[in-house]
Design a protein around this ligand. Sequence first.
Ligand SMILES: CC(C)(COP(=O)(O)OP(=O)(O)OC[C@H]1O[C@@H](n2cnc3c(N)ncnc32)[C@H](O)[C@@H]1OP(=O)(O)O)[C@@H](O)C(=O)NCCC(=O)NCCS
Length: 221
Amino acid sequence: MNLNLRLETEADYARVEELTREAFWNLYAPGCDEHYLCHILRGHTDFIKDLDYVAELDGNILGSIMYSKSILLGDDSETVPIVSFGPLCVHPEYQRKGIGTELIEKTKGLVQNMRIPAIVIYGDPHNYCKHGFKNGLDYQVSNMDGDYPLGLLVLELEPGFFGGKKWKVKQSDVFKYDPAAASEFDKQFKEKEKKTQYSQELFSIQIRSFLRETQLTIAST
Ligand SMILES: CC(C)(COP(=O)(O)OP(=O)(O)OC[C@H]1O[C@@H](n2cnc3c(N)ncnc32)[C@H](O)[C@@H]1OP(=O)(O)O)[C@@H](O)C(=O)NCCC(=O)NCCS
């Protein structure tokens, strides 16, 4: 596949939002908000333009990845700027062909070149462990409440960076959007049926699942 990975331009915005809507529609909830997230992220101070990539084949945009700034807070008060990605998506008809992998690998290399020590995301482990991500618990990286959600995933780019201390990760406030505004934004797109499907139940289980430190102790004894 002769895939072209390049930075998103303003001329791509509408196509990327369409693509994102297609990829996420009914997947985690009836309908989706991720195309709205793309829209507001681009104008947000935490948006990282240099990591905003699309995957193009014969002039068609088939994949998109966007990054935002996050912060790691060490238990010794050290503060380290890092990055997160999402939304990440590939057009449903072109999934399982390696496009998502190419987008992750390309941008992972760029993040490494920027000397950013880690990428921390929320996502389905199935999609990311094969790219080297581990659960936050393995690096003692929790959410701001001190919990280790199943989907809090960490990629250490600077070996040994996390050391022995505890960290909390703070994601961009862009993710705390108003769902009503997202719903309003969706009205400009062509009508699409909202459905309930089992992937939503899987997601609902995942987002209520947490790892416990004691599980590590049990596993290693
Ligand atoms: C998640 C997502 C971005 C992955 O993109 P993708 O292009 O399908 O990913 P890849 O093709 O690189 O890898 C997916 C699978 O296809 C397999 N694959 C890759 N190339 C392949 C090929 N040529 N032939 C057969 N299988 C292939 C990979 O091994 C992987 O298998 P696995 O899931 O069993 O591990 C995409 O599925 C998507 O947009 N999903 C909906 C939105 C979403 O959930 N986004 C992520 C939010 S957490």
